[in-house]
Design a protein. Structure first.
Length: 115
């Protein structure tokens, strides 16, 4: 992750997701989870959490309709077994959330985890 990428990720989480979902505690994932599981941030609702993978919007453009690799899909399933929540891929464009439709999916996951 580059320094610019790090700042964009922080902006997406702190200025975007944390503002949208005030009851969620967002923390940066530990290096093991980020490297092995492709998870940049965790959003905690009580003892359960969902994962956030932040990609630059250019990755979506470069790969057509970006799709998680089989390794990523397996790590996302492992995350769900461990933490209870799904992993969401959020596309960043200049520190803003580019795929706004993911916000409704995250909201539904928060409601599910909060029950």
């Amino acid at each position: 992750r580059t320094f610019d990428g790090f700042l964009r990720e922080k902006s997406v989480v702190n200025d975007g997701l944390a503002e949208q979902f005030k009851g969620v505690k967002f923390i940066e994932s530990d290096p093991h989870l980020d490297h092995a599981g492709d998870i940049d941030y965790l959003g905690y609702i009580g003892k359960k959490a969902f994962g956030i993978q932040i990609k630059p919007v250019t990755s979506k453009a470069n790969f057509g309709n970006y799709s998680a690799s089989e390794r990523m899909k397996a790590s996302f399933k492992e995350f769900e077994k461990t933490y209870g929540g799904k992993v969401f891929i959020v596309y960043s464009l200049d520190g803003e959330i580019a795929n706004k439709e993911v916000l409704e999916e995250i909201k539904a996951e928060i409601n599910k985890l909060g029950k």
